[in-house]
Write a protein that binds this ligand. Structure first.
Ligand code: CUA
Length: 387
């Protein structure tokens, strides 16, 4: 008894622990209009199924108790019943009607949800899946992010989803259902986020050894914050002094503030953000020294020397426009790196990763470059400026 009592608190903790996660899950917290409709359908089906369950199980229990054998010595055989046409028709027809109804509602709603607007003013974000990360491209602004999707609240966004290798599936449960990312084909989904926040995105198709780590973060921002972020990325992804950049716009020649226009495409001029024009002005925001003392400039020189740009696009490094590996814009502010395989809680994590990638993520195509501790510290000092 005593042991049982001792086991009680951990058992309760175990039962209650998934609750915070559930409170954030999509049926409870749909964060887009589309997800709200899917959620309604979910609750409707759940309530209907619960009613049917209680009814059927209740009848079963009632009959078992009501018609049980009471006396151990039953001398008379009770009446034997074979078939009841009316009952049988009813229990075939009622479930069939319920299913047809649910089917009708689901198909209608799916039809409404999968309407893709053809209006050229609607904002497009390209989604490219690869083993094992996601790359997002923001209209024709030239801005790209990896495993870090940002979208404005209250503005419809069309996602153009494809893959570079095998089939993946793009899914942000709080915002919409999932859609396949097929190589050689572009699938479209659309949604309008209706609350600011951070949400979890996953790859929902078993796609290889790194599938479980193919996670990404979705941040929904107010339209003003989104535009400032986009401009900051266009200016080279250098850290902004304040999240609200409206008061002090970065001194960049890229674009004027497009806050008045809702669409991304008409409002943002094409700009080759990673590589400044030859002979053009110096980078607008010179990297600030890291707290550790290593200089980002030395890191940038090492990044050029080691040829990181052959595989990665790296803001602020001229000629670093590779597409084999993820774009490193904003790498320092990603919660996870290495396609989700490695947590990123500070410079040490980034350093551990670049010093020996295959040890941290078996199967990765990122090679071990044999960096010394000092070289890795300097490179990380530069990468940490890419917020
Ligand atoms: Cu990509 Cu699973």
């Amino acid at each position: 008894m005593r042991r049982l009592l001792l086991a009680l608190p951990p058992a309760i903790a175990l039962l209650v622990s998934p609750l915070p996660a559930f409170a954030q899950s999509w049926p409870v917290n749909p964060a887009s209009d589309g997800a709200g409709q899917i959620s309604q359908l979910f609750w409707f089906t759940l309530v209907l199924a619960t009613i049917v369950f209680v009814l059927v199980e209740g009848l079963l229990i009632y009959s078992s108790l009501r018609f049980r054998r009471r006396s151990p010595l039953a001398s008379v055989e009770p009446p034997q019943i074979h078939g009841n046409t009316r009952l049988e028709v009813m229990w075939a027809a009622v479930p069939a009607l319920i299913l047809v109804g649910l089917f009708g509602i689901t198909v209608t709603r799916l039809g409404e949800l999968s309407q893709i607007p053809s209006d050229p003013g609607v904002m497009h974000i390209s989604v490219i899946g690869r083993q094992f990360s996601w790359e997002f491209g923001y209209g024709n602004s030239g801005v790209k992010t990896t495993n870090d999707l940002r979208i404005p609240v209250g503005q419809q966004v069309v996602f153009d989803v494809t893959s570079l290798d095998v089939i993946h599936a793009f899914w942000v449960p709080n915002l919409w259902g999932q859609i396949d990312a097929n190589p050689g084909r572009i699938n479209h989904i659309t949604y309008t986020a209706n609350q600011a926040g951070e949400f979890r995105g996953v790859c929902a198709m078993l796609c290889g050894a790194g599938h479980s780590g193919m996670l990404f973060r979705v941040t929904t921002l107010s339209q003003g914050d989104f535009q400032s972020w986009l401009q900051q990325q266009q200016a080279g992804g250098a850290p902004a002094p304040k999240p609200n950049a409206a008061a002090s716009p970065p001194p960049s020649p890229v674009v004027p503030a497009p806050a008045a226009s809702p669409g991304l495409q008409p409002s943002v001029a094409p700009a080759a953000s990673p590589a400044p024009a030859p002979g053009g002005p110096a980078p607008a925001n010179p990297p600030v020294p890291a707290p550790g003392g290593a200089s980002p400039e030395e890191g940038a020189a090492l990044i050029r020397q080691k040829g990181c740009g052959g595989c990665h696009t790296i803001p602020g490094i001229q000629g670093a426009n590779g597409t084999v590996g993820p774009n490193l814009g904003g790498v320092a502010s990603r919660p996870r790196i290495a396609g989700g395989a490695v947590p990123n809680n500070g410079p040490d994590d980034l350093k551990r990763w670049i010093m020996n990638p295959p040890a941290l993520k078996p199967g990765t195509i990122m090679p071990n470059l044999g960096l010394t501790d000092d070289e890795a510290t300097k490179i990380v000092a530069y990468l940490e400026t890419l917020k």
